[in-house]
Design a protein around this ligand. Structure first.
Ligand SMILES: NC(=O)C1=CN([C@@H]2O[C@H](COP(=O)(O)OP(=O)(O)OC[C@H]3O[C@@H](n4cnc5c(N)ncnc54)[C@H](OP(=O)(O)O)[C@@H]3O)[C@@H](O)[C@H]2O)C=CC1
Ligand SMILES: CC(=O)N[C@@H](CCC(=O)OP(=O)(O)O)C(=O)O
Length: 315
């Protein structure tokens, strides 16, 4: 039976992975004693005992864990930013492209995607591949994430301030967010997007928006064409947990609740548009702790173990 060790199991992402694996009888979750969670030798021992280690740690600690693995057998899923564009690592967004699920299944080192990049990659990459958006298009990204996206420290901060916490708080205003390299690479963009995230006074869930000024393009697609290209993209590959809502011309936004898919591993994509203005908006809704982190990690674990993600992934 496969042994799985979650390094950082007491943190936000680690705890959620533990919960998702609690009912599984096809694998053994090996736990570290709480007081030893930062003990190097104990982590070394458990990392080398594991068939698959899931790292739910800050970047530096994740790098340290990888350096502690001294055998050829232990495979790794890393939830941090440390290896997302590193050589020898497979990007753990199974629905990103045809064959990505198989690449993850065969990989020794899998880097779980960042929560924000996934929504951008899921909407923009199909349009670039269809030739409807050039690689050079100056993509801007905005949206809102629940405060659990900031891990234990941000959760404690928001919960201590309760009603006094700001409802909507833009951040990353130096425009140098740690997600930019993976976002650019896997969305297929030539330049860095302008990424303006915000955090809200709710714990969990997110909504990622990419507004498009289609009138700037040499050949102006309709919003319906954008929608069709995204639908076709996911119809042609294993769409897994990504689905596309029917096209909504102008103004219908009732489903756009960042918390709507909480507790699931689903990602729902939307296209809105006004062709007379040559404007469109791409939106992705998902759980930052689900598809954005722990759900994706369990999906990748299942792929690596050869378990059908659709039948074994607890919500
Ligand atoms: N929260 C989210 O929505 C997402 C997070 N991620 C990424 O996942 C990783 C974990 O994030 P998250 O769960 O939110 O963070 P948390 O801060 O909630 O948890 C991190 C855990 O790691 C432990 N830890 C810190 N340093 C060490 C160390 N040197 N050795 C062993 N354990 C250590 C912490 O212990 P202690 O608290 O005692 O210091 C804590 O239990 C991060 O890299 C984050 O960027 C990825 C996608 C989404
Ligand atoms: C609200 C908030 O602070 N969110 C975090 C993203 C959390 C996340 O999932 O990013 P990683 O996958 O790279 O850890 C941030 O913007 O840095």
């Amino acid at each position: 039976m496969a042994k799985v060790f979650i390094d950082g199991e007491a943190g936000t992402t680690g705890l959620q992975i533990r919960d998702r694996l609690a009912a599984r009888s096809d694998l053994e979750v090996v736990s570290i004693a709480h007081e030893k969670r930062k003990d190097l030798e104990e982590r070394r021992r458990l990392l080398n005992e594991a068939d698959i280690a899931i790292l739910c740690l800050p970047d530096d600690a994740a790098r340290e864990s990888v350096s502690l693995i001294e055998n050829e057998r232990t495979r790794v899923i890393d939830a941090s930013t440390a290896f997302r564009t590193a050589d020898g690592w497979t990007y753990g967004f199974a629905e990103m492209a045809a064959g990505q699920d198989r690449a993850i299944a065969d990989a020794k080192r899998v880097s779980n995607p960042g929560c924000w990049p996934q929504g951008v990659i899921a909407t923009v990459r199909p349009l670039i591949e269809a030739g409807l958006l050039p690689k050079t298009y100056p993509v801007t990204v905005n949206g809102i994430s629940g405060y659990s996206g900031g891990g234990r420290t941000m959760i404690e901060d928001y919960e201590a301030r309760a009603d006094a916490a700001p409802r909507f708080m833009p951040y990353g205003l130096g425009f140098n967010h740690k997600h930019l390299p993976e976002l650019k690479r896997y969305a297929g963009l030539a330049g860095d997007p302008l990424f303006a995230p915000a955090v809200g006074a709710f714990a969990q869930g997110m909504l990622v928006c990419v507004p498009l000024q289609l009138g700037q393009l040499e050949s102006v697609p309709s919003a319906g064409q954008l929608h069709e290209a995204i639908v076709d993209y996911y119809a042609a590959i294993n769409a897994g947990f990504v689905s596309v809502a029917p096209y909504e011309a102008i103004e219908k936004s009732a489903d756009l609740d960042p918390q709507k898919l909480n507790g699931t591993n689903e990602m729902r994509l939307y296209v809105f548009g006004n062709d007379s203005r040559a404007q469109a908006l791409l939106v992705a809704v998902y759980d930052n702790l689900g598809k954005g982190a722990s759900g994706a990690a369990v999906q990748n674990l299942n792929l690596m173990l050869g378990v059908d993600p659709a039948t074994s992934l607890a919500a």
